[in-house]
Design a protein around this ligand. Structure first.
Ligand code: ZN
Length: 187
């Protein structure tokens, strides 16, 4: 197992659709181990394979909800059904962040309910009905597999701030990455 460097916005792998997983083999098991370890080290509540430079439809998630229920797992070749996101401006508690645009948060409206269908590491299909923040995590990670960052979904004003931050930090071009535990950008 290893903590992997996390690609930063601008790297092509983050902006291209990922490919379906064809076989669950040792290589994939190692990738999933590394995704969990990297997600925990960052720390983050979800991590998609493209964020560590692998263009495959896999993400991990790990989150404890308000009732203390632990949600933790891997979704291989996921499908996601969502309700329409509510209209209007996001509330303060709808601020989202991304390990591929580290250290920043922006408000974003997301669907309140989502159904995730995917395969686990044993090749078994599973389904989770998610609400609230877990639904948000699934939507965020699922987006990564289609080459979409949450910053792509922001309004015009926030997009301008995103572009400004990118310019200032030298992001928005290929090959930029950071190392959890070393660069400490999400601390
Ligand atoms: Zn993200």
């Amino acid at each position: 197992m290893a903590v992997l460097p996390i690609r930063i916005s601008g790297d092509p792998v983050l902006h291209s659709p990922a490919l379906p997983v064809e076989t669950i083999d040792d290589e994939l098991r190692t990738l999933v181990d590394d995704l969990f370890e990297t997600m925990d080290a960052a720390p983050g509540v979800g991590l998609a394979a493209p964020q560590v430079g692998v263009g495959l439809r896999v993400f991990t998630y790990g989150w404890v909800d308000e009732e203390g229920t632990k949600w933790r797992g891997v979704a291989i070749n996921p499908e996601l059904w969502i309700t329409p996101p509510p209209a209007g401006e996001p509330d303060i508690d709808e601020e989202e962040g991304c390990l591929s645009f580290p250290g920043e948060r922006f408000g974003l409206r997301r669907a309140e309910h989502a159904i995730l269908r995917a395969t686990d590491l044993e090749g078994k299909p599973f389904e989770i009905e998610a609400h609230g923040w877990l639904a948000r995590i699934f939507q965020h990670e699922f987006d990564h597999l289609d080459g979409t960052l949450y910053t792509d979904r922001l309004g015009e004003r926030d997009q301008k701030i995103v572009a400004k931050i990118s310019r200032k930090l030298g992001w928005g071009r290929p090959g930029q990455q950071w190392m959890p535990g070393v660069d400490d950008l999400e601390g």
